[in-house]
Design a protein around this ligand. Structure first.
Ligand SMILES: Cc1ncc(COP(=O)(O)O)c(C=O)c1O
Length: 390
């Protein structure tokens, strides 16, 4: 068939960067999704930790629908009361009422702006990041990501030193060189395979940052917004960061990111900015997400159901009932199941035979990142399905 408009005889293809499962998800409800043939799946993946309050939650759908019918977008050159309301509500929900909120559209953008603001603040250019860290794919965010395969030559600017997680002496040695601008850290590494920061390390890092005027940034894009069983994962560790970056669950799938900024930073007109960030539609969705997190006690639910999953999987592993499982780790509904074989076959069988989505990490870790409304029955159901593929 000839191409329309007299083109070169071809239709535009997608730029093929994703290895895809041959499944198209057509609708969702709570912790379930359905493909275009009507097959139901249990969703222990949440579209990569994005679905916080569940698919197609009626309150969220209503809030977004009403807002888009009224005003989807207007620019950041006029007052947007929804942004102010979101800042106040978020501050109250997470216990950082005296912090300031800057809104953007994605996780990478949140980290990019946090590191940029840190550099404006202390005038320095060096970042410390953890081995296996993932902070996004834009310029400085990807440089802070410890994966040379995704850092293009143009992003390899020598700003970042990667250090072993929880090895305080190694970080101290670098910090004492006196030129570090910021430390960026995920308190539970996601892409890195559910590796957890310990309290002693983070508290030591906080003290060193204070001593050397270094900005401590906690990347809570995956582990935050209730997923760990507290609003933020660092709140398990007794430390307050200077900046906290959020995205994924903040708007249940509508693209949005945020930087929570300590009062010690003074905003300067024009220093940061965005066209779409904090738009009316996103704010309405994010406010609905907070309503649901509060009314359905989803942070508490993540703690309870997550503990049940971790405890049960650990007990089953120790009893020898989970062949190939060598470790179960995590907090709340952010769980890693490490296998002594590649995850590929069991994960694929989980999807194809058991109709259950999970995430993965590295070569051997199955990652559970379900919506925060996962019920105890869904958790039990997952364990039954998981056993069948081992
Ligand atoms: C911890 C962490 N930081 C940053 C990002 C980047 O977020 P985005 O893909 O929205 O840019 C991700 C995404 O997976 C993440 O897990």
């Amino acid at each position: 068939m000839a191409a329309p408009f007299g083109g070169r005889g071809a239709y535009m293809n997608l730029f093929d960067v994703y290895p895809l499962f041959d499944i198209a998800i057509d609708k969702g409800q709570g912790c379930k999704v359905w493909d275009e043939n009507g097959q139901e799946y249990l969703d222990l993946y949440g579209g990569h930790a994005v679905i916080s309050v569940g698919h197609a939650h009626p309150h969220y759908v209503e809030a977004i629908s009403k807002q888009v019918a009224k005003l989807g977008f207007y620019s950041n050159s006029v007052q947007n009361p929804l942004q102010k309301e979101l800042a106040q509500r978020l501050g109250k929900a997470c216990g950082y009422e005296d912090y300031q909120l800057f809104l953007i559209n994605s996780g990478a953008e949140a980290n990019e702006n946090a590191m940029k603001l840190a550099s404006f603040y202390n005038g320095r250019t060096r970042i410390l990041s953890a081995e296996k860290a993932f902070h996004g794919r834009t310029s400085l965010a990807v440089e802070a990501t410890a994966n040379p395969k995704i850092i293009a030559p143009i992003n390899a600017n020598g700003h970042v030193t990667y250090l072993p997680l929880n090895d305080l002496p190694a970080w101290k040695t670098e910090i004492e060189k006196g030129d570090v601008c910021a430390v960026i850290i995920e308190c539970i590494q996601g892409v890195g395979g559910i590796r957890m920061v310990n309290a002693q390390f983070l508290q030591g890092l906080r003290a060193l940052c204070n001593e050397h005027n270094i900005v401590l940034i906690c990347d809570e894009i995956q582990c935050g917004y209730g997923r760990s069983g507290k609003f933020f994962a660092h709140q398990h560790l007794g430390v307050m960061p200077d900046m906290i970056t959020v995205a994924k669950g903040i708007c249940n799938g509508f693209p949005m990111g945020g930087v929570l900024i300590s009062p010690k930073f003074t905003p300067i007109y024009g220093q940061l900015g965005t066209t779409f960030g904090g738009n009316h539609l996103g704010c309405a969705g994010a406010l609905a997400v907070l309503d649901i997190i509060e009314s359905e006690k989803l942070v508490e639910n993540a703690a309870t159901v997550g503990k049940y999953l971790i405890d049960t999987l650990t007990a089953e592993m120790k009893a020898g009932n989970l062949p190939h499982v060598v470790d179960v780790r995590g907090q709340g509904l952010m769980i890693g199941i490490e296998l002594d074989i590649p995850y590929k076959e069991p994960r694929t069988r989980l999807i194809k035979e058991q109709h259950c989505f999970t995430g993965c990490s590295g070569t051997n870790v199955i990652r559970l990142l379900p919506p925060l409304c996962l019920s105890m029955a869904d958790a039990e159901d997952f364990i039954v399905r998981f056993k069948k593929v081992l």
